[in-house]
Design a protein around this ligand. Structure first.
Ligand SMILES: [Zn+2]
Ligand SMILES: [Zn+2]
Length: 378
């Protein structure tokens, strides 16, 4: 085992690794980094036993400062989100010292809110973060979403959080509400970027058609529908944006795909828009009067139905599918001090799309059978 770990320190680049050994290599490297780096002397004496004993206070404070330092590195919005090592450490600590992990997370979240007095309770801090979400950058919201799904709700395997879904513990309800709001905030930003891009392209139709159109907003009609359904919950800024896009009328068709009606890829029945996550087709009754409606997935980026012939991208964290990708600017150029969160005044904003999940910020994957081990950033 030791030889394997030392060898992999030099070849941890995922591109160089044989996928068959990926999971084992990551596990071994986590043990090496998080134990050997921090408590060599204890390890040599055989005193560090995460499964059965309480960790000494000195070790815990060392873990806390190292984990908080690692999380802080992600303030750099260009740094790719690869958190498997931090999550492995936190999950192991959660088994032995859950109170310590909770306090660590509260200290981390409190560091975002400079105006928060010390000594606040979990409820106060989570509510404060929830009400400050529009001011928080994408990378931090992505970190929060990953930590909620992979650490707080790691045993529950939730696919999509539901408002008001009761958990046994009050604390889980608080985290669930925060996750719902932070993912909604990312969806609002996604819609703002796409609708803002449609307005910009409509104002520069001749240039837009002359440029090589690396990226175009898709699903504008579905996004407008989502805003209409959620009118009560959506901020005025987004309602205003939808109004302005509506004023474009037929001109929107010159700059992007704006198909309103959708049909089922399996039976051709119509598919109404009811949710941005999934859809059910309106299949008609067959000869024996049984109705076989099909449940379909919507693209996490465009809210349109995923094609049944093209394999979409998949997020291993939030379990969403994506047939389209967002340009890099969506992830890096969010600015809370401007009206719609993005200043879209240049075609260069649409360059370079990367396969990243808009909700978690991690690398998306092509869905593959379980026996093919793949690189997993979380
Ligand atoms: Zn169908
Ligand atoms: Zn995701």
């Amino acid at each position: 085992m030791n030889t394997l770990v030392v060898l992999q320190i030099h070849t941890l680049n995922s591109d160089l690794l044989n996928p068959m050994y990926q999971a084992r290599t990551q596990k071994a490297a986590v043990e090496f980094f998080w134990t050997a780096d921090q408590a060599v002397s204890n390890l040599l004496k055989g005193q560090l036993d995460y499964g059965s004993s309480i960790l000494p206070e000195g070790d815990l404070s060392c873990w806390e400062s190292n984990i908080l330092w690692s999380l802080k590195q992600y303030q750099n919005i260009e740094k790719p989100l690869v958190l498997w090592d931090i999550l492995a450490a936190l999950l192991a600590l959660k088994q032995t010292a859950p109170g310590f992990v909770e306090q660590l997370l509260l200290n981390w979240l409190s560091s975002w809110c400079l105006d928060l007095p010390s000594g606040f309770t979990l409820e106060n801090i989570l509510f404060h973060v929830q009400s400050s979400l529009p001011k928080i950058n994408n990378h931090q919201i992505h970190l929060l979403n990953i930590i909620c799904r992979r650490l707080i709700f790691s045993e529950l395997k939730i696919e999509v959080p539901k408002s008001g879904e009761p958990y046994n513990e009050d604390k889980l309800n608080l985290w669930n509400e925060l996750l719902i709001h932070s993912e909604k905030e990312m969806r609002v930003r996604l819609v703002c970027f796409s609708l803002g891009a449609a307005l910009f392209l409509a104002s520069r139709v001749s240039e837009a058609s002359a440029s090589n159109r690396k990226w175009l907003p898709v699903g504008v009609a579905q996004m407008e529908r989502w805003v209409t359904i959620n009118k009560e919950l959506i901020e005025d800024r987004l309602l205003l944006l939808v109004l302005r896009v509506g004023e474009l009328g037929e001109r929107i068709k010159n700059v992007c795909d704006n198909q309103v009606k959708e049909s089922c890829g399996l039976c051709s029945a119509s598919v109404p828009f009811e949710s941005p996550e999934t859809a059910v087709c309106k299949a008609t009754k067959s000869a024996n009067h049984s109705v076989k409606s099909h449940k379909l997935q919507r693209c996490a980026v465009s809210m349109k139905l995923c094609s049944i012939t093209n394999v979409p991208w998949f997020c291993t964290c939030c379990q969403r599918w994506a047939a389209r990708l967002m340009p890099n600017a969506f992830f890096t150029k969010y600015n809370p001090s401007v009206d719609f969160g993005y200043v879209i005044e240049s075609f260069t904003l649409f360059d370079h799309s990367k396969p990243l999940c808009p909700f978690c910020g991690i690398q998306l994957q092509r869905h593959a059978p379980n026996f093919l081990l793949a690189v997993n950033p979380v």
